[in-house]
Design a protein around this ligand. Sequence first.
Ligand code: NAD
Length: 464
Amino acid sequence: MSAQLEYTPLPQISEIHDRLRATYTSGVTRPLAYRRRQLLQLARLLQENAVAFENAELEDLGKPRQEVALVELGGTISSALRAAENLEEWMKPEKPTVEEWRNSWDTTIYKVPKGVALIISPWNYPVILSFNPLVGAIAAGCPVVLKPSESTPAISGLITSLVPKYLDPDGYAVVNGAVKETTALLDLRWDHIFFTGGTKIGKIVAAAAAKYVTPLTLELGGKSPVIVDTACDIQLAAKRVLYGKAQNSGQLCVSPDYILVPKAIVKEFNEAVKKTYEEFWPKTPFHPEAQWGKIVNPLHYSRVMTLIGRTKGEIIAGGEVDGVRRIATTVVANVQQADALMEEENFGPVLPILEVEDVDEAISIVASRPTPLVIYAFTDSEETKQKIVEKTNSGCICLNDTISQLGVHEIPFGGHGDSGYGAYHGKATFDIFTHRRGFINVPKEIEPYVAFRYPPYTEEGYKK
Ligand code: NAD
């Protein structure tokens, strides 16, 4: 039986908001020592309850323990620890180089918290997508209301019970609920909103943020393509794409959504996919060793099954179901651009392969579609790499692998165009919740040099 999530009563939502606002005004969340302690506590929360999180993810998403430990827990713990370690440096005021005559102005950029933040997270990676933004907000000195997804009740329930035990309850609170509760949250004034989810709901959040001119980070989705060049290791490409697609059964914002393969190598590529498939999952697909996650709920399950049912392509691997919302990674060849699988983000274990004339056609197809979160490409050619960089748009580009960009803390992670705006990971997450406050102190001694600016305006003053 699935867990029941208790929704936060509506009147409590504004009380929580007021409590956090008072905490922010008191200044308690600002000192380095406070922020660092909360970050270390967040790491402890995950370390000490790792098994409980694994169990909850198994219950809600059927996610393999290894994936939970590696991505959800390991990824978040290392973010929190890295932030705690680097925070003092990040917080330091900057002294920009100024024009020489202003050297005495004490020109400074202070890093101040934006204020009280709202984080709304999705269900697919419910720990890291809730806590990674939280790491940045804590580091920046912002109190936070976290609204996890109602679609993962066991995990959201666990987060709700643990946050007040580990973090300062006056600084960080969890609000649970669906549309009604989230709408009540969005009716309030926030100093930053961080939203991760689909584009449709992202637009609702953006409209609500606009009401108060609240700065917003929108981490959205989209169809992230894979371009396969003739100049590449085809077997390795097949292996790395299939690995990326299988993560969380394709319920990943940067999941490879469709593959574009030049006709000269499409046959060889399809064979390579089939061979890899047999190597990855040699037994029946639902043998326990297969360890595929579940589709989150019946609604999404029937959405994915309908897509598979509507495709005019040919299933060359997978396609089996187990009756408890598991679908084997399903590779579909000979897919046309007008196919059902090309309409919207598949967000499930379906991987269409489209044949194209050459890599140039692949690039122009990608460039003509809404801007994705990431473009994957497999190529050994410097020329192809340059064409992709110059002729397409995306949040990021990952060459010769899938998913690996998520682990590189030094590059920003975020969308562009239709896939959202604002980017985070590493120090960029701290920057999102930080206001860079300019400061100058103009010395009295410069008065003779600025006398010309005062009225009454004269011809002589103007000429100076
Ligand atoms: P979603 O947009 O349905 O829900 C996200 C959050 O919005 C949830 O907390 C939900 O309660 C809330 N919400 C739902 N309806 C709302 C409404 N009417 N008003 C206000 N809030 C509302 O997304 P999802 O189904 O949870 O996640 C899947 C989507 O998220 C996919 O499109 C995926 O690509 C995207 N995603 C993006 C990233 C990223 O980092 N860019 C990461 C994960 C998922």
